[in-house]
Design a protein around this ligand. Structure first.
Ligand SMILES: NC(=O)c1ccc[n+]([C@@H]2O[C@H](COP(=O)([O-])OP(=O)(O)OC[C@H]3O[C@@H](n4cnc5c(N)ncnc54)[C@H](O)[C@@H]3O)[C@@H](O)[C@H]2O)c1
Length: 256
């Protein structure tokens, strides 16, 4: 039986790399994103050997999450994998100077988005009775705060603990919940962060990028494939005794 998985934030970046890998591993993949580009991203992935469909959804909308997951189940069958990857960076202002509406948007997407998706997917996993695996993409900035990352760090730290809680609540249903905490991965989101570093330090973009790379013990930025490899493992039976964990995929930047 083909297994079906949902990957949010899959139009580009880490989520797209995860969707490509899961499709190659034989999953029927629902690529979900607020960007309409997700439809063409999925179409480019789908061929005779790979099942992939795109769905436009803002994960901060609880009712839309319920409706979209119901459509995905109709299209692809019961969901046994959920990768909550959609996320935004948010403001880089100091916490006490941050606009409450901007802070709230980060929480709505990065923390409540995975919650809304879990509300939509978990009852369906329970009634299908085959267990499942949920992977939340957090961040090194959810493990250690840095100046100028308040809303983002709070959202990702919260998501890590939300996942641990759900792991305990769902273990007896054989639904595993784990987090992957990426480090510095070369995507549009990281490029925007590096530009902010360059502006703050009054140095060039290339110099700021070099400084980040030199701070990584393994000496290189991470890639979507690095995250996809770990997601593929967490969605496979090879990780069947792993739940409630946060796995750092960060080149050694943070040791836990
Ligand atoms: N790039 C990094 O260095 C890095 C480091 C740590 C954690 N992360 C996390 O990894 C995940 C993926 O990041 P990325 O670097 O690929 O980012 P990205 O900005 O390149 O891609 C994010 C995707 O999520 C989608 N998205 C944003 N808000 C959404 C919403 N409300 N509903 C549905 N889709 C939405 C975007 O349209 C985009 O396609 C994010 O959760 C991010 O916080 C990234």
């Amino acid at each position: 039986m083909t297994r079906a998985a949902i990957v949010t934030g899959a139009a580009r970046g880490l989520g797209h790399g995860v969707a490509v890998r899961l499709a190659a591993d034989g999953w029927a993949v629902a690529l979900v994103d607020q960007s309409e580009d997700v439809v063409s991203s999925a179409a480019a992935l789908a061929d005779g050997a790979h099942v992939a469909r795109g769905y436009v959804l803002d994960v901060s909308d609880p009712d839309a999450c319920i409706a979209t997951v119901a459509t995905i189940v109709d299209d692809l069958g019961p969901i046994s994998g959920l990768v909550n990857n959609a996320g935004i960076g948010g403001p880089s202002t100091l916490v006490h100077l941050t606009d409450p509406a901007e802070f709230k948007r980060v929480i709505d997407v990065n923390l409540l988005g995975p919650f809304h998706m879990a509300r939509a997917v978990v009852p369906q996993m329970q009634s299908a009775g085959h267990g499942g695996s949920i992977v939340n993409i957090t961040s090194i900035l959810g493990q250690q705060g840095e100046a100028g990352t308040g809303p983002y760090s709070a959202s990702k730290g919260g998501l890590g603990l939300l996942g641990q809680t759900m792991a305990m609540e769902l273990a007896r249903d054989s639904i595993r919940v784990n987090s992957i905490a990426p480090g510095n991965m070369l995507t549009v989101m990281h490029e925007e962060h590096v530009q902010w570093l360059a502006d703050t330090k009054n140095i060039s973009y290339d110099k700021a990028l070099d400084e980040v790379r030199e701070s990584i013990p393994l000496g290189r930025h991470g890639t979507a494939e690095d995250i996809a490899n770990t997601v593929a493992w967490l969605l496979s039976a090879d990780s069947s005794y792993v739940t409630g964990q946060t796995i750092g995929v960060n080149g050694g930047v943070i040791r836990t």
